[in-house]
Design a protein around this ligand. Structure first.
Ligand SMILES: Nc1ncnc2c1ncn2[C@@H]1O[C@H](COP(=O)(O)OP(=O)(O)OP(=O)(O)O)[C@@H](O)[C@H]1O
Ligand SMILES: [Mg+2]
Length: 215
């Protein structure tokens, strides 16, 4: 059983998209997956409600009104899943922190703009603080280049910029129309466009994540 949390202090960087599509990839690998939607905006629940794909059976809303609510929910469901994925809001740092306190792995997505790199430092500090609090090697922390415009200088520079921040960088997710189209249909990219480059990218990301939490 592994718990993966996706954190970020900037809105719109692709946190929920990564959670939803990783859930799809892990389900396709035969894992039982529970997605905890701990963002009061409930983007993942909204995405799931657009269709009848795997997310409609996988996403659970979580109340985050108390510091203990998320941990209590994780403890309650952890025996019934191989993998718990937690989506967190950008504007409520306490929720991201609570998620980092229970996670085995924290993913920090980041797009190519310098402003996003700045916000990433805050999210990294939060994950490191949770690790210090736990006096543990957990959560492991990885960066995920997100919404990357492949073939541009900004896109090419992102992985290098992230590596310079001292954490390992996982395979990048490109900015691709099919990703948003899948959401509109209530599906993961793997369900909506199995032969797409976007699906290849999420599959590569899931494989890299599996190698970390499977150890
Ligand atoms: N790789 C991608 N390609 C195309 N569109 C994307 C991609 N990733 C995210 N998007 C789109 O960008 C928007 C923001 O993505 P998402 O909701 O995943 O970000 P977020 O970080 O969870 O945002 P918030 O901080 O508001 O929760 C959505 O409309 C989503 O469909
Ligand atoms: Mg979100």
């Amino acid at each position: 059983m592994a718990i993966i949390a996706v954190l970020g202090r900037k809105g719109g960087i692709g946190k929920s998209t990564i959670v939803g599509n990783l859930a799809g990839e892990f389900a396709a690998m035969g894992r039982s997956v529970i997605v905890l939607d701990a963002d009061p905006q409930h983007s993942l629940a909204a995405w799931a409600s657009q269709g009848e794909g795997m997310l409609s059976r996988t996403v659970e809303k979580v109340k985050t009104d108390t510091a203990e609510a998320l941990e209590a929910k994780v403890r309650k469901v952890q025996k019934s899943a191989d993998l718990i994925l937690i989506d967190t809001p950008p504007g409520i740092p306490e929720v991201g922190y609570q998620a980092a306190l229970v996670a085995d792995l924290v993913l920090l997505p980041c797009g190519p703009s310098p402003l996003e790199l700045f916000a990433l430092k805050e999210a990294l500090a939060q994950a490191l603080k949770a690790r210090a609090e736990r006096r543990s090697k957990k959560p492991r922390i990885r960066f995920v280049p997100s919404r990357v415009l492949m073939g541009t200088n900004l896109g090419r520079g992102l992985t290098t910029a992230l590596e310079a921040m001292g954490k390992k960088v996982l395979p990048a997710i490109g900015q691709r129309i099919v990703v948003a189209e899948a959401v509109a249909n209530g599906l993961t990219v793997g369900e909506y466009a199995p032969n797409s480059v976007a699906h290849e990218e999420f599959a590569a990301l899931a494989k890299a994540v599996d190698e970390i939490v499977g150890r």
